[in-house]
Design a binder for this molecule. Structure first.
Ligand SMILES: Nc1ncnc2c1ncn2[C@@H]1O[C@H](COP(=O)(O)OP(=O)(O)OP(=O)(O)O)[C@@H](O)[C@H]1O
Length: 652
């Protein structure tokens, strides 16, 4: 049987993220077809996998760096993993486990590689290979306000063929929930792991992670360190579930595993053990200890065999020669039934029932947008504490303003109008900014994971986020405005009221976008909220209320042209006072000519320079819309930055 070699470059594969469905010419997988049938035997083989990096910058012991032309990470690794069995990939730190796993799972984005990968002996492209495999990451990162039903339902809608009926998709969700034993918690909100009294515990979250991967009925399941962060009892529960999955669904379950307990170790059927970027053992778990014993490394009766294996094959003490001898001895052992003997004959043709999804099967962009926006609305509604807090803020702040402000036509009433309108715009921008910072920070890890998994694209997320935010910001501002407008003595007219709500809503929406921008760039809530006043203060100071424009240093006066609060405040002032309002004053305030300092609404407007270019309310509203569009664009750059940053962090 011939095997076709493949090569990959980081640029190619990074561009086509996992599950993205994009073809890559750089890979030729030697595999058989895809299937959704569960009773077929699957054999995944990999042959002579080499992975290396070129021009590697290595740090020497003295701290200086040198550029190594080629650094080999995997040096011709071969092996075989079969369905219906649990196979572990074990080895000391730095042995090459993650690299091998990533190459096999199509996630090695930053290295060069060559070799061949076979499934039952037939050719497969990268996209098709990804159709039959799934990767379970270590982190069970989900939206904590959602339930397992919501999470799996969303993924089913996004990942399963678009032509599949809603009932069939629901049946898939029911199936994986039952398989992983999550029935009792399927309608429970996840909550904060280890913090929320109710919600899913660590084990249930790990199982949900597996369930999410199984939705697409993969035939090969790559599981990255499924027991990390779990105590022995929890690890046992998760591993027993995986074993049930492997046995009942005849899947290839291939796990990297770190320091397993004796129980977990013995749950595995097969093992691949790596050292120095090579296979140091491949075969039955039962034979590992006798194999090392034969090579002169006896395992104490009471010692965890996993610890023994890792210690014996650990080269980090500097004794690479010793470890290399053990590897050579394993490969030289021709009698070893476990050693991989090269590509096998075709094991079974996989029938065509589950042929890879064509592009037309995939959910179209508008379907993705719909699902994402629906989820974002759900998250906001589920997050009832934040929702109640925002509604409460709008009402309480509105009532407070209503109690304090009582506008009349006196001189004080004129200046109080200025203060009130400035206060309402400032309040709108700060409150919405703060709210959106916390929302994005809470969702950031999930967003990054789902984008990396190819479930949706970053722009789709942004558009859905912005779209779902809109009704809520308008609602908060409507509530606030109803109270403020009719209790403070602002001019009572429906037209003016609606313009007031419109301007307030636009300011709140821009504030919300600024929150997205800050949290996307900084990645944490504390820094974002600390930076918020720094961004908004120049806008406040150049709005024409706190300080007159003439008093601002000349070189900073341009700031008023980019002051969203100036446009919003002056729009509201024009709305309130243009060609309206007559002010009077007591005799002691009268000027020598018998007039008051401010006699009309238009004088009040002129005093605040609110009649300067651009003229009129609607041109200001138009500029506010421009601010909105611009901040959506900057939020796009922010999210792009976080996605790229995440890729870089993963590489380093
Ligand atoms: N992109 C890369 N560039 C340079 N060296 C790399 C790269 N990826 C991995 N390596 C190196 O290759 C070796 C194997 O790394 P790998 O992460 O596969 O080991 P591992 O067995 O998974 O270790 P651990 O258990 O600590 O995760 C390590 O020495 C690592 O530093």
């Amino acid at each position: 049987m011939s095997s076709t070699s493949y090569t990959s470059s980081s640029a190619d594969s990074a561009a086509s993220g996992p599950a993205s469905g994009s073809e890559s010419d750089s890979y030729t997988f030697v595999t058989a077809g895809s299937s959704n049938e569960n009773d077929e035997e699957i054999v995944l083989e990999f042959n002579n996998i080499k992975v290396w990096v070129e021009n590697f910058k290595a740090t020497k012991a003295d701290g200086s760096t040198e550029v190594i032309k080629r650094r080999d990470i995997l040096r011709g690794v071969s092996g075989k993993v079969e369905s219906g069995q649990m196979t572990m990939l074990m080895g000391a730190s730095g042995a090459g486990k993650t690299t091998l796993f990533n190459v096999l799972a199509g996630r090695a984005h930053t290295v060069e590689s060559s070799g061949s990968i076979l499934v039952n002996g037939k050719h497969f492209g990268l996209a098709e290979f990804q159709e039959i495999s799934a990767y379970v990451t270590q982190d069970a990162t989900f939206l904590n306000s959602m339930t397992p039903d919501d999470i799996l339902g969303f993924r089913a809608n996004m990942l399963l063929p678009y032509s599949m009926s809603a009932e069939e998709k629901q049946a898939r969700v029911d199936d994986v929930i039952e398989l992983l034993g999550l029935e009792e918690v399927r309608n429970v909100r996840l909550g904060e792991p280890g913090v929320s009294a109710r919600g899913l515990n660590f084990v249930q979250r790990k199982k949900l992670n597996v369930a999410a991967a199984l939705l697409v009925k993969p035939r090969i399941l790559f599981v990255d360190e499924p027991t990390t962060g779990l105590d022995a009892a929890m690890a046992k529960s998760v591993m027993l579930s995986l074993q049930r999955v492997a046995n009942s669904r005849k899947l290839v379950v291939f796990c990297t595993i770190h320091q397993p307990s004796v129980f977990v170790y013995n749950l595995f059927d097969q093992a691949l053990i790596m050292a120095l970027g090579q296979i140091a053992y491949s075969g039955s778990v039962d034979n590992i200890v006798p194999h090392l014993d034969k090579l002169g490394y006896e395992c104490d009766e009471f010692k965890n065999p996993a610890d023994h294996v890792i210690q014996v094959l650990d080269s980090r003490d500097g004794d690479e020669k010793r470890v290399q001898k053990l590897i050579d001895a394993y490969h030289a052992d021709a009698s070893s039934s476990s050693s991989y003997a090269g590509p096998s004959e075709v094991v079974a043709e996989i029938n065509d029932d589950g042929a890879p999804m064509t592009r037309s099967d995939r959910i179209p962009w508008y379907g993705r947008m719909y699902q994402l926006t629906k989820r974002a609305l759900k998250v906001t509604l589920y997050n009832d504490k934040a929702l109640k807090a925002s509604v409460g803020q709008a009402i309480v702040f509105g009532i407070l303003i209503g109690i304090i402000y009582s506008l009349d036509n006196s001189q004080a009433g004129a200046t109080d109008r200025v203060g009130l309108l400035f206060l309402t715009t400032t309040n709108a921008i700060f409150l919405s900014l703060q709210g959106s910072v916390f929302v994005l920070i809470a969702e950031r890890a999930v967003f990054l994971r789902e984008v990396a998994d190819g479930i949706y694209s970053m722009p789709a997320y942004l558009v859905s986020k912005v779209a779902s935010d809109l009704p809520f910001q308008v609602l908060y501002q409507l509530l606030f405005s109803v109270i403020v407008y009719f209790t403070t003595g602002l001019q009572q007219s429906l037209g003016r009221f609606l313009i007031f709500v419109l301007v307030q809503s636009l300011v709140a929406l821009v504030g919300s976008n600024l929150g997205l921008v800050l949290s996307a760039f900084t990645g944490d809530a504390a820094t974002s909220t600390a930076l918020a006043p720094v961004i908004i203060a120049p806008s406040m100071m150049t709005a024409g209320v706190l300080i007159s424009t003439e008093a601002i240093p000349v070189f900073l006066r341009w700031l008023k042209h980019v002051s969203i609060l100036r446009y919003a405040f002056t729009a509201l002032l024009l709305n309130e006072a243009e060609d309206a309002l007559v002010f009077h004053c007591t005799p002691e305030l009268q000027l020598p000519n018998g007039l008051c300092p401010i006699n009309t609404g238009n004088e009040l407007i002129a005093q605040r320079n609110a009649n300067q270019e651009p003229t009129g309310i609607w041109s200001r509203v138009f500029i506010l819309v421009g601010f909105y569009v611009f901040t959506v664009f900057v939020a796009y750059l922010g999210l792009l930055f976080s996605v790229r940053n995440q890729r870089k962090t993963k590489r380093s």
